[in-house]
Ligand binder design. Structure first.
Ligand code: NAD
Length: 280
């Protein structure tokens, strides 16, 4: 089983060391708009993890009816604040707010979640120097930690969101990974026959039970990104028990990709702080 705890701890240990070596305060600011309970939990977990590695956190929790202009002004203030090295705007934003224009305003040099168009542009070009979206980065680091070969493998990614699916496919497509990538999404026809070809199957749809054992090739590596609340329990997008019997490796939900996402956010933040320190 591909659990996230050990590889996430390895990243967090590295982050703590890099903060000590940097010898200055590293600050992560979070922006949470509204009272979505799941988002509140995620932001709390991010703060806790940041504090544990020695990062300072700045918590901006504002009402769900805050006008777009005020949310954007908050981000502009954080851009200008020298104590802030990384900015995370927790998604999704409440209905009525446009996440694109909020994210566009984040200084790419403080883009802790790696979702700014500049950061994503660097990913498309396979160029270093920007933040890498936290969840796909965490998955790549997890595959690396468990010595899972990506070169020449057929990787099927279900989902094409800015947050997970699309950058995930790009990272697997990079020469550093050399997978052959197929994107599947809500308009894909005959999903099962496509996923059944995958050596590496990444599922990021937010649909519980989307992938059953019939859609998994024996020996495949299955990464379940989905987080869904069903009957008061957290479940992923795949039928874990039956797939675990045929897959060579599978991530659990919870305890798989989630911890890697948080660790990657911290890694992005310390890397941004180092770049800012170098630039003086
Ligand atoms: P999203 O809603 O923005 O995107 C979902 C994607 O899945 C879309 O591209 C859509 O085309 C595709 N999709 C939807 N239904 C489908 C279907 N029936 N068949 C094939 N494709 C389908 O969601 P997102 O932000 O990318 O998140 C996806 C899931 O991952 C959610 O459950 C979310 O909670 C979870 N998530 C987990 C982490 C983590 O750290 N574990 C991080 C981010 C998101």
């Amino acid at each position: 089983m591909l659990t996230g705890k050990e590889p996430a701890q390895a990243i967090k240990d590295e982050v703590a060391e890099r903060i000590t070596k940097l010898g200055k305060r590293v600050g992560l600011a979070t922006v949470l708009v509204g009272d979505d309970p799941a988002s509140e939990v995620y932001v709390r977990m991010k703060h806790k993890a940041a504090a544990k590695v020695g990062m300072y956190t700045y918590d901006h929790h504002i009402p769900g009816d805050t006008p777009q202009g005020e949310v954007e002004d908050l981000v502009r203030n954080l851009n200008a604040d020298p104590a802030v090295d990384g900015i995370l705007v927790q998604l999704p934003l409440p209905d009525g707010l446009n996440p694109d224009t909020v994210i566009d305003i984040i200084d790419p040099g403080k883009d802790a979640d790696g979702l700014h168009p500049y950061s994503l542009g660097l990913i498309m070009l396979e160029r270093s120097g920007g933040a890498v979206p936290a969840t796909p980065q965490g998955i790549m680091k997890m595959l690396d930690f468990y010595d899972i070969e990506t070169e020449g493998k057929l990787a099927v990614v279900i989902g094409r969101s800015r947050l997970v699916g699309r950058p995930m496919g790009m990272l697997l497509n990079h020469k550093a990974a050399n997978s052959t990538v197929v994107y599947a999404h809500s308009r894909t026809k005959d999903l099962e026959s496509i996923t059944a070809m995958a050596d590496i199957l990444i599922v990021a749809a937010g649909r519980p039970g989307l992938v059953t054992v019939n859609g998994v090739k024996p020996g495949a590596v299955v990464v379940d990104v989905g987080i869904n609340r069903v009957d008061d329990q957290l479940v992923g997008d795949v039928d874990f028990d039956s797939i675990a019997e045929v897959a060579s490796a599978i991530t659990p939900v919870p305890g798989g990709v989630g911890p890697m996402t948080i660790a990657s956010l911290l890694l992005n933040t310390v890397a941004l702080a180092e770049t800012r320190a170098e630039a003086g």
